[in-house]
Design a protein around this ligand. Structure first.
Ligand code: ADP
Length: 976
C-alpha cells in the first residue's frame, strides 16, 4: 500500500476489516490505488480498468451518500464510503465492501429502469409530500414530476376522499402493512382521476405504486346505472336488456338479437326488416338530447306490436348504447289468468270455502254465501260462525281433522236448518291443500236434497215392484249366462218358493241353475235344455212346459210353465227375464179335454164308418133295383109298366144323389176333400154337362139353354169333376123348381191376366123363386125351404151347402138373386190357370176309332144279386163276360183267359179286389175298373195305389159304367 498520507483511522479500518476495502483517487478516472485481498478475490482480479469509471461509477453522484452500490458481473456489492476528513487528502475510502445478496431484486440499473418506466405511477414520499415521482405522472395527471415533488399533496386529493386517506395513513403507519386504496386525484386539467394505489408506509416515508382506474370506475358506474334501469320497469314486464355498438352497428351478442325475436314474437320472415328498424331507431338517438344519459320512448314493430324502450348512454363508451326493450304482455296475461281464476272461484256453481287448520275462513265464494243465505259483505271469519246453520254444532272440526294427513277427499252428509228455508241435506267434501308451505282445507258444500229424495223415490218404486212381483201368481226370475258359460239366478221372487217347493231360506242359496235343473223330471230335461239353447242361440223368447219335483222326495211331480225373454247385455252376458207358474191344474184339465176330444173323434169316426156302411148297404140293393129296372126297360114293358119303372127310376136316382151328397158332405166336413188341378177343355165340359141334363130338362118340360161367350174354347187347369158337380147341382135344382119355363146357363170369359183366366158362371131359371128370408138359409146343411119339399121335389137339403163349400175350396163364392114366382139366379166366378200342355186327346178326335161292339169282360163279384144285375147289363150291351167269385179266382182267370177289361168288386172273400189287382198288374196290362159302394177316402186312395184304371160307384149307373169301360180300353190302346 502506498502511503499517501493515509490517516491512522483509515489504516485501522483497512487492517481490521475482513471485508472488501479499497482506496481510490479523487480525480478522474478515480483510479484504485489500494485494494485488500478480499477485494482482489471478489472483484479486483476481474477488473479490466482499475478505477471507478471502470466500475461504471460517477463518484459525484455519491458525494453526499454514505453507501455506494457497485454492480459488477451482474452482482451488486455495497461499500461504505468515507471521505477524507482533512482537506489535504485526495482519495476516497471504500470499506465494509460485501456482496449484496438480494434475491431477484433488480440490479441498480434495472431498478432505475423500473422506477422510471411508464408502467405505473411510482412515488416515494414523506409526510404529505413526495420525494420521488416517476415520469408516468405526465400522461396520467398532466404534471411534470418536478411540479408535484416537495409540495403538499392534500390540495390535489378530492376532498371527499381526504379523510379516508388520512385514516389509512394513521392505521397503516402503525402496522406497516401495505394498504390498497382508490381515491380521486386532481390532474393538471383540474379534473379528477381515480387512482388505485398500493401504499407501503414506513416511519419516515411511504412508497406508492398507483394507476389511473378512472375508465374502469366509470364503466362500473355505467354498469350499475344500466342495471338500475331494470328497476324502473313494471314488475313482470316482458323485458330484454342489450348493448349496442354504434361502431359495428350490432348488438353485443347474437343471442340478444335472437331473444328479441322470440320475446316479442317476430316471425322468421320479418326478422331482417325488424333488425333494420331497430338499428335505424337506435342510430337516430342522440345522447345530447337526453337528460342524465337516459332516453325513454317506444316504437311499433311491423307486426303492429308496441315495444317500450329505455336507452342509456354509457359515459365509459360514447360509441355504445345500452338499454332495455320491454312490453307488458306477460303481466297482462298473468293478470287475466288471475282474473279468470278469481272468476272461476267466485262463479263456481259449487259452494266453496278455503279454511286454515284452525277453521279460520280465508276465502268463501258467492255460492257459499248464497247457500247459507249470508250477505256477501257480512264478514264470516270462522267456521264456528256457521254453527247456527247446522243441526249439530262444531261439525266443522270433524271436516278439518278428517282430511289431515291424507290427500283424499273426505265426505260428510249433514242437514242445514234455516228459519225461512226448508231443511236441506248437504254433502260436505273436505280436501287438504298446501299453499306456500301452509296447510289449508278446501271445503265444498253440495245440496243433495233432490238426490236424496230421488233415491227415496227409487227405493219406493223398487219396493212397489217387489210387492208386485210377490203378488204375481207363480214366480219371477232373472237368469244370467256369463261369458264363462255359468248360469246363475240373479233374482228370484218369493213366488218361486211355491213353484219349486223350496223354503224362503233355501231361496237365498238357490242361485246356481244346476239346483233347479236337478228338480226337473228326467223325461222333460232334454226339452228344457234344448229349448233353452235354441232361445239363447236365436235370441228368441223361451217357453216350455215341464214337470218339477216340488218339496219332499216322494212328492208328486208338478207341471210348470216356464217362459222368458232373452236379452244380451253390453258386457257380453245374456239375461233372461222370465216367470215360472204352476200349471198342474190346467194340465189336468187339458188331459180331460184330450180324453173328451178323443171320444169325440172316436164318435165321429163311428159316424163316418156308419155312414159309409149305410151307403154301402143302401147301394147294394139300389144297384140291384137300378140294374133290374134297366133290364126291364129293355124287355118291352107295357106303357103302364114303363110309367112304374120311371117312378122307380126317379126314386132310385134321388136316393143315389142323396147317398152321394151324404158322402161328399162327410168328406168335406172331415177336411179330406181335395181339389184337383188337372187340365181339361172348358167348353167341352160345359157341353157335356148340358148334354147330360137335356133329358132331365125335357122331362121337366123346361128349356135348357147354354150361352157361351167368346174365347171359352180353351184348356184350363182345375177340378173338372167338382165343377161338374156344382153346375149339375145348380142346373138340377133349377130344373127341379121350374115347370115349363127356361133354365139359362151363362158362362162368360171375364178377363185374362197373363196365364190366368176369370170365368163367370150363372144358372138362371124362371121357376118358383126363393123368398128373401130363405135365401141365406138354403145354403145351410140339410136345409130346405120347407121340409115338405123333399116329398115333392126330393133332395136332402145338402146340395147347396156342398156347392157352396166346393166353390169355397175352388176359390169362388156363390151368390143368389131370387124373387118368389119370378125365378132365381145363382152365380159365381172362378179363376183358372191356363193349361199350357196339350190335352189328352179325346176319343172322338185324335184317337183312331175303336171297335167296341164286341168286348169280352171278366166280372169279379161275390154278391149273387149284383152279379145277376151286372150280367144282364153287360148282355144288353151285346158283350160277353165270365164271372169269378173272389180275387183268387180273378187272378187265376187272368192267367188263363184273355179279356178286354176287368170289373173288380172290392169287398170279396178269400182275396179282396185290392190284392187281386196288385197280383194281376204283375203280369197283365188289362184295364181293371173298381166297383165299390164304399166311397170312403181311404178306399179311393187305395184304389189309386193298387193300379186300377178306373172306378165306378155302386149302385152302378149302366151308362156311366159303359162310358168308363170304353174310356179305359181307349186309354190302353192309345198308350200302346
Ligand atoms: P135339395 O137337395 O133338397 O135340393 P139343396 O140344398 O139343393 O137341397 O136346395 C135347398 C133348397 O133350396 C131346396 O129344397 C129348395 O127349397 C131351394 N132351392 C134350390 N134351388 C132352387 C131353385 N132354383 N128355385 C127355387 N128353389 C130352390
Amino acid at each position: 500500500m502506498q502511503d499517501k498520507g493515509i490517516n491512522s483511522t483509515f489504516k485501522k479500518i483497512i487492517y481490521e476489516s475482513s471485508e472488501m476495502v479499497f482506496l481510490a483517487d479523487d480525480t478522474y478516472p478515480y483510479s484504485i490505488f489500494y485494494a485488500n485481498e478480499s477485494f482482489e478475490e471478489q472483484l479486483g482480479e476481474n477488473l479490466q480498468e482499475r478505477n471507478l469509471v471502470g466500475l461504471g461509477l460517477d463518484i459525484n453522484a455519491y458525494i453526499f451518500k454514505e453507501e455506494l452500490v457497485l454492480t459488477h458481473n451482474q452482482k451488486d456489492y455495497s461499500f461504505r464510503l468515507e471521505l477524507p476528513q482533512d482537506s489535504g487528502s485526495n482519495y476516497f475510502l471504500f470499506y465494509k465492501g460485501k456482496e449484496v445478496k438480494t434475491h431477484g431484486l433488480p440490479s441498480k440499473k434495472e431498478a432505475y429502469q423500473f422506477f422510471t418506466s411508464k408502467l405505473d405511477l411510482i412515488a416515494i414520499g414523506k409526510h404529505d409530500h413526495l420525494t420521488y415521482l416517476n415520469s408516468m405522472v405526465l400522461p396520467v395527471l398532466g404534471f411534470e414530476p418536478s411540479e408535484l415533488l416537495h409540495t403538499s399533496l392534500c390540495p390535489f386529493v378530492h376532498e371527499e376522499d381526504l379523510d379516508a386517506l388520512q385514516n389509512l395513513w394513521k392505521t397503516h403507519l402503525k402496522s406497516q402493512d401495505p394498504a390498497f386504496h382508490t381515491f380521486r386525484f386532481k390532474g393538471k386539467d383540474e379534473k379528477y382521476r381515480y387512482l388505485e394505489c398500493s401504499i407501503q408506509f414506513t416511519q419516515e416515508s411511504f412508497f406508492v405504486i398507483g394507476r389511473d382506474v378512472s375508465g374502469k370506475i366509470k364503466a362500473q358506474e355505467d354498469e350499475q346505472e344500466f342495471f338500475s334501469l331494470l328497476d324502473q320497469l313494471p314488475a313482470l314486464a316482458n323485458s330484454l336488456s342489450w348493448k349496442f355498438s354504434k361502431t359495428s352497428q350490432e348488438f353485443d351478442s347474437i343471442q340478444a338479437e335472437e331473444l328479441f325475436y322470440q320475446k316479442f314474437l317476430v316471425s322468421e320472415s320479418q326478422r331482417a326488416q325488424v333488425k333494420n328498424q331497430l338499428v335505424g331507431y337506435l342510430n337516430s338517438l342522440d345522447s345530447n338530447s337526453v337528460t342524465k344519459g337516459i332516453y325513454r320512448g317506444d316504437f311499433q314493430l311491423i307486426s303492429g306490436k308496441r315495444i317500450e324502450v329505455i336507452v342509456f348512454f354509457p359515459k365509459s363508451n360514447p360509441s355504445a348504447l345500452w338499454g332495455v326493450f320491454w312490453d307488458n304482455s306477460a303481466k297482462e296475461l298473468l293478470e287475466r289468468e288471475v282474473l279468470i281464476q278469481k272468476g272461476i272461484w267466485n262463479e263456481s256453481p259449487e259452494a266453496l270455502m278455503v279454511v286454515d287448520e284452525q277453521g279460520a275462513i280465508s276465502s268463501m265464494n258467492k255460492e257459499a254465501y248464497h247457500l247459507f243465505g249470508i250477505e256477501s259483505d257480512s264478514r264470516i271469519n270462522h267456521l264456528s260462525d256457521l254453527n247456527i246453520f247446522f243441526e249439530e254444532e262444531n261439525l266443522w272440526s270433524d271436516w278439518i281433522s278428517s282430511s289431515k294427513g291424507t290427500t283424499h277427499t273426505s265426505r260428510f252428509s249433514t242437514s242445514l236448518i234455516g228459519e225461512e228455508k226448508p231443511s236441506l241435506t248437504l254433502e260436505v267434501a273436505a280436501k287438504r291443500m298446501k299453499i306456500d308451505g301452509v296447510e289449508y282445507v278446501l271445503l265444498s258444500f253440495r245440496n243433495i236434497t233432490d238426490q236424496i229424495s230421488l233415491e227415496k223415490t227409487i227405493e219406493e218404486s223398487s219396493d212397489f215392484l217387489m210387492n208386485l212381483t210377490e203378488q204375481v201368481p207363480g214366480g219371477l226370475y232373472q237368469l244370467v249366462l256369463n261369458s264363462e258359460g255359468q248360469m246363475n239366478f240373479s233374482f228370484l221372487s218369493k213366488g218361486i218358493n211355491g213353484v219349486l217347493g223350496i223354503s224362503q231360506e233355501e231361496i237365498h242359496q238357490f242361485t246356481d241353475i244346476s239346483a233347479s235343473i236337478a228338480k226337473v223330471h228326467p223325461q222333460d230335461l232334454p226339452t228344457v235344455i234344448m229349448s233353452s239353447v235354441a232361445s239363447a242361440k236365436k235370441m228368441e223368447p223361451w217357453q216350455c212346459q215341464f214337470r218339477v219335483k216340488s218339496g219332499e222326495k216322494d212328492a208328486p211331480y208338478r207341471w210348470v210353465l216356464g217362459a222368458a225373454r232373452p236379452q244380451s247385455l253390453e258386457n257380453g252376458d245374456m239375461v233372461w227375464y222370465g216367470y215360472l207358474t204352476d200349471i198342474t191344474k190346467q194340465k189336468e184339465f187339458e188331459s180331460k179335454l184330450d180324453e173328451a176330444r178323443l171320444a169325440a173323434e172316436k164318435a165321429n169316426q163311428i159316424k163316418s164308418e156308419f155312414l159309409s156302411m149305410i151307403s154301402h148297404e143302401l147301394r147294394t140293393p139300389l144297384n140291384a133295383i137300378s140294374g133290374s129296372v134297366y133290364s126291364l126297360f129293355h124287355e118291352n114293358p107295357t106303357d103302364s109298366q114303363k110309367s112304374a119303372l120311371n117312378t122307380i127310376n126317379f126314386a132310385v136316382d134321388n136316393l143315389i144323389i142323396m147317398i152321394n151328397d151324404l158322402l161328399d158332405f162327410q168328406k168335406i166336413e172331415a177336411g179330406k176333400l181335395t181339389i184337383e188341378n188337372n187340365p181339361f177343355q172348358l167348353k167341352g165340359l160345359l157341353d157335356q154337362i148340358i148334354k147330360g141334363l137335356s133329358f132331365h130338362a125335357a122331362d121337366s118340360k123346361n128349356k135348357l139353354n147354354l150361352h157361351l161367350s167368346e174365347g171359352l174354347d180353351i184348356a184350363v187347369k182345375g177340378d173338372k169333376t167338382r165343377l161338374s158337380q156344382v153346375l149339375n147341382n145348380l142346373i138340377t135344382n133349377a130344373l127341379k123348381f121350374t115347370h115349363e119355363g127356361n133354365v139359362d146357363v151363362k158362362v162368360e170369359l171375364q178377363g185374362q191376366i197373363r196365364n190366368k183366366v176369370r170365368v163367370y158362371f150363372e144358372v138362371k131359371d124362371t121357376g118358383i123363386g126363393i123368398a128373401p128370408e130363405n135365401q141365406e138359409k138354403i145354403f145351410n146343411d140339410f136345409d130346405q125351404v120347407r121340409p115338405t119339399f123333399s116329398t115333392k121335389y126330393g133332395g136332402t137339403g145338402l146340395g147347396l151347402s156342398i156347392t157352396r163349400k166346393l166353390l169355397n175350396l175352388m176359390g169362388g163364392k156363390i151368390a143368389l138373386e131370387s124373387a118368389v114366382g119370378t125365378g132365381s139366379r145363382f152365380y159365381f166366378d172362378l179363376e183358372f190357370e191356363r193349361a199350357e200342355e196339350e190335352l189328352v186327346p179325346t176319343q172322338d178326335n185324335k184317337r183312331k176309332p175303336l171297335a167296341f161292339d164286341k168286348l169280352h169282360l171278366l166280372m169279379a163279384e161275390d154278391n149273387e144279386v149284383n152279379a145277376l144285375v151286372l150280367g144282364k147289363i153287360i148282355k144288353k150291351w151285346g158283350y160277353t163276360y165270365e164271372r169269378v167269385e173272389n180275387g183268387l179266382e180273378a187272378v187265376e182267370a187272368m192267367k188263363t183267359g184273355t179279356y178286354d177289361c176287368v170289373l173288380m168288386d172290392i169287398q170279396m172273400p178269400e182275396m179282396d179286389g185290392f190284392e187281386a189287382t196288385l197280383a194281376i198288374k204283375q203280369f197283365s196290362d188289362t184295364p181293371i175298373i173298381a166297383l165299390t159302394a164304399a166311397a170312403k177316402l181311404e178306399i179311393m186312395e187305395k184304389i189309386d195305389e193298387c193300379g186300377f184304371e178306373g172306378f165306378v160307384a155302386k149302385p152302378i149307373d149302366a151308362a156311366e159304367l159303359l162310358k168308363k169301360i170304353k174310356e179305359v180300353i181307349s186309354e190302353k190302346n192309345y198308350k200302346a
